[in-house]
Write a protein of this length. Structure first.
Length: 171
């Protein structure tokens, strides 16, 4: 069986990795859909799809999850919610089971007959993309909320300077 997890993963954090491990207790393979793939260079969505692929790939290797267990598929947004499941199906390997905490995602897959599970949230106060980005901008300790390999990727692409520059106003 194959399961699907969708998220923007801006950036991938330890909560995402824990939920991926949990999904892999249920199914043999997990499809990781990187949502809003076309968006980058904004405070809510600072990283490109390619940068996010790199972060997720390295974070899964760091956590000893073999490459044969997952597929990472960037998925652009479409304007039309009623066609979104078909859009996902066009891009991904076939799957039977959907894991999501997002009510809209849950509803759309449920209406198309998929088995949908809401996975438990791990340490949600800290393991949240919004909290990681807030700390990056504030100069607080964000590094412990993400796998070490994600810290390395963000350093490689000068991600903190990017976020701080995006927060500046034109004078
Ligand atoms: P943002 O604050 O930017 O929305 P996020 O932490 O909610 O970031 P997403 O990429 O939106 O991350 O998350 C996609 C999915 O990942 C969620 O619907 C949820 O199922 C799962 N997820 C996110 N955070 C956690 C967590 N701490 N524990 C378990 N699952 C999580
Ligand atoms: Mg979210």
């Amino acid at each position: 069986m194959r399961g699907l997890l969708v998220g923007r993963m801006q950036p991938v954090h330890r909560g995402h990795i824990q939920v991926m491990e949990r999904i892999l207790n249920d199914v043999e393979e997990v499809i990781i859909g990187i949502g809003s793939a076309q968006v980058s260079h904004s405070l809510k969505d600072p990283f490109t799809a390619g940068e996010r692929v790199m972060m997720i790939t390295k974070a899964l290797a760091e956590n000893d999850i073999p490459a044969s267990c997952y597929y990472i598929i960037p998925v652009q947004d479409i304007e039309c919610n009623s066609l979104w499941v078909a859009h996902m199906e066009m891009l991904t390997p076939p799957f039977e089971h959907v894991y999501s905490g997002n009510p809209l995602v849950q509803r759309l897959f449920h209406e198309k007959g998929y088995q949908v599970t809401e996975p438990p949230l791990f340490n949600r106060k800290s393991y949240s993309g919004t909290e990681v980005r807030r700390r990056m901008l504030a100069g607080d300790n964000w590094e412990k909320l993400v796998p070490e390999s994600v810290v390395e990727v963000i350093n490689e692409i000068d991600g903190i300077a990017r976020i701080k520059q995006l927060a500046r106003k034109e004078v």
